[in-house]
Design a protein around this ligand. Structure first.
Ligand code: COA
Ligand code: AMP
Length: 631
């Protein structure tokens, strides 16, 4: 039996022993009484009775153990021409003072705090300060529009909102404060205070009585120690797209999260304390939570905080410059970033300009790594390129290649094998396991390992309905795929109406909800079309109400604007077309999957339940004219 097989087998057969041992790497104020409480499935609790604090484990203990002078965060911002190194000691100072400021404003354990910030270290300071106090943070990605921020404010009901005056997105300067003011005006929940971090290049206006300047707050606050928390107390809520306009508030605990993330840094990513690690994502996504902020700091590594793009800031050599300048051992990003670099620098001329001999491995996730990108990157960089599959809900990889245990051979199109702790199966629609090589629903036998979602914030019913009902005893991932004879998993894509645009998860259902608010639109459908750069892009079809004679192109432009203004630029909703009718089943269900197959030039079966098959010919013609269907 290989080394990996042995670790995996033990994790599945004796999970309490496995994770109990992993938990020894976390500093507990009080040892837990039980590793796993499985008395109330599917609500499993890890490390019950344990007392700890995630911020203490991520910062304080490293300072106490002699790592104070080591760099914790390297802020590298080509868009503002800044490089700033923050040691663990300095981070402790900043976080404990900012936590003091929050405490002065009345933030205590269990309060919620919304954070809407660009990729600046203050975003991590805000998150860690919340963790220090036991307040539950909810970071909202800066590419979401005020309407989306308002939905999250209303659901999370924060006491405080923390933001910055703006960001530089590629070459554009964006003002955040008007967006925040608009979101607060749109929401019904009343935020007590807004803390504003002013940036040099754009200043936000403070609203008297409500808004507080970050620096002024910190100047008069005293550092506070870590609050002792239960392992099962919530650390954060992270909203992610579901199939409707209302996102799902994934809830993460403290103890299980710290144990699992710490474990992954060595065992999956092969990162030791003191190594330089770079996750080129954004704090607004789960990758940013887990692998820009929490995991590298829990491990005592150095985390690069990059405010820039893979291309255009200033060129396609940006990644190589960062790797060589900061001696990055390994990095993690989305395949789309590499497709963007490949498009601009297919022959790797920029790569050749830098000494990247420090570089050990490239990890990709967020979407399937297509074989072209995999091989291009492997050939160019000459180090392993490791795909791994996970979701906001899971917080860390479900399927991966544990290089810290035993590096398994890479097979193109597969993120390799189930990670320790994950009993992954592929089942048909009635829950029976399918044969190897046959596609089905990818599910995970319960209990899930530590660090995964404990429930959905204020919505246990949706938690059960979305993940735990269809296949009792299993977690439904909503991804489809298959397993081969060597237990390699192949993830083929979402089975629901969630799409993946440039590694960002978005809901077509949410876009439909916006479009159907247009006064001329009777009904609509949005689905994902394959895109060479971004993986998928949304395409919309709309049917106008009887009597509407306006130009369809004009309506389309209005819809594009509406989606951009409501969801945000990140939705990349640019293509839509008026059609006379939408294909439906006899019971009225719109056949989005069939339209998606047509748009993506895939074979499809005409569903037996279809109301009028001739509509599919009309749809095919329209998609041909739009340039999706290739003759
Ligand atoms: N704040 C505000 N706006 C943002 C934003 C942010 N944080 N992030 C993106 N946007 C805007 C962009 O400016 C763009 O606006 P535009 O329509 O006015 O041009 C729009 O949202 C779409 O952004 P994006 O899809 O990122 O496209 P892009 O052309 O700017 O960049 C890539 C393309 C491939 C370079 C970029 O998507 C990328 O680096 N992807 C990697 C993704 C990643 O790290 N994912 C995390 C999971 S690991
Ligand atoms: P998010 O919750 O934003 O991380 O998005 C999760 C979804 O992204 C998954 O359900 C998958 O559909 C997709 N995804 C993430 N990583 C991979 C991967 N390595 N291979 C295939 N799909 C992936």
């Amino acid at each position: 039996m290989g080394k990996y097989d042995a670790v995996f087998e033990r994790s599945i057969e004796r999970p309490e022993e496995f994770w109990g041992e992993a938990a020894k790497n976390i500093t507990w104020f009080k040892q837990f009484d039980k590793v796993l409480d499985d008395s109330n499935p599917p609500f499993y609790k890890w490390f019950v009775g344990g007392k700890m604090n995630t911020c203490y484990n991520a910062i304080d203990r490293h300072v106490e153990n002699g790592r104070g002078e080591q760099t914790a965060i390297i802020y590298d911002s080509p868009v503002t021409n800044t490089i700033r190194k923050i040691s663990y000691k300095e981070l402790l100072d900043e976080v404990s003072k900012f936590a003091g400021g929050l405490a002065d404003l009345g933030v205590t354990k269990g309060d919620t705090v919304v954070i809407y910030m660009p990729m600046i270290p203050e975003a991590a300071v805000a998150m860690l300060a919340c963790a220090r106090l036991g307040a539950i943070h909810s970071v909202v990605f800066g590419g979401f529009a005020p309407h989306e921020l308002a939905i999250r404010i209303d659901h999370a009901a924060p006491k405080i909102l923390i933001t910055a005056s703006g960001a530089i997105e590629g070459k554009k300067t964006l003002e955040y404060k008007p967006l925040v003011d608009s979101a607060i005006a749109q929401s019904t929940h009343e935020v007590e205070k807004v803390i504003l971090f002013q940036r040099e290049f754009v200043k936000g206006t403070l609203q008297e009585g409500r808004d507080i300047d970050w620096k002024e707050l910190v100047a008069k606050s005293a550092p506070v120690p870590c609050v002792e928390l239960d392992a099962t107390d919530p650390l954060y809520i992270l909203y992610t797209s579901g199939t409707t306009g209302m996102p799902k508030g994934v809830l993460r605990d403290n103890g299980g999260h710290a144990v699992a993330l710490y474990w992954t840094m060595k065992n999956l990513y092969n990162i030791d304390p003191g190594d330089v690690w770079w996750s080129a994502s954004d704090v607004g996504w789960v990758v940013g939570h887990s692998y820009i902020v929490y995991a590298p700091l829990l491990q005592g590594a150095t985390s690069v905080f990059y405010e820039g793009k893979p291309v255009g800031t200033p060129d396609a050599g940006a990644f190589w410059r960062v790797i060589s300048e900061h001696k990055v051992k390994s990095m993690f990003t989305a395949p789309t970033a590499f497709r963007a670099i490949k498009k601009e620098d297919p022959n790797g001329e920029f790569f050749a300009k830098y000494d990247t001999s420090c570089f050990d491995c490239l990890y990709l996730a967020g979407e399937r790594t297509d074989p072209d990108t995999l091989h291009w990157a492997e050939d160019l960089i000459g180090v392993p390129v490791i795909d791994h599959w996970w979701q906001t809900e899971t917080g860390w990889a479900i399927v991966g290649n544990c290089r810290g245990i035993e590096e398994l051979p890479v097979k193109e199109g597969s993120p390799t094998r189930a990670m320790p702790g994950w009993d992954v199966r592929v089942v048909d629609d009635v829950g029976d396991e399918v044969a190897r090589g046959t596609e089905g629903n990818i599910v995970v036998k319960l209990p899930l390992p530590p660090g995964t979602l404990t429930t959905l914030w204020k919505n246990e019913e949706r938690f059960i309905k979305s993940y735990m009902s269809k296949f009792p005893g299993y977690y439904e991932t909503s991804d489809g795929g298959y397993m081969d004879e060597d237990d390699y998993v192949y993830v083929m894509g979402r089975m629901d109406d969630v799409i993946n645009i440039a590694g960002h998860r978005l809901s077509t259902g949410a876009m439909e909800e916006i479009i159907s608010n247009h006064p001329d639109v009777a009904e609509c459908a949005v689905f994902g079309a394959d895109d060479k750069l971004k993986g998928q892009l949304p395409v919309g079809f709309f049917v106008v109400k009887a009597g509407v004679t306006r130009d369809g192109k004009e309506i389309k432009d209005e819809l594009v604007k509406m989606v951009r203004e409501s969801i945000g630029p990140i939705a990349c909703f640019r293509d839509a077309c008026q059609v006379a009718r939408l294909p439906k089943t006899r019971s009225g269900k719109i056949l989005r999957g069939t339209m998606r197959s047509i748009a993506n030039n895939k074979d499809y079966k005409v569903p037996s339940t279809i109301d009028d098959p001739s509509i599919l010919d009309e749809i095919t013609d329209t998609l041909t004219q739009m340039g999706y269907v290739k003759k």
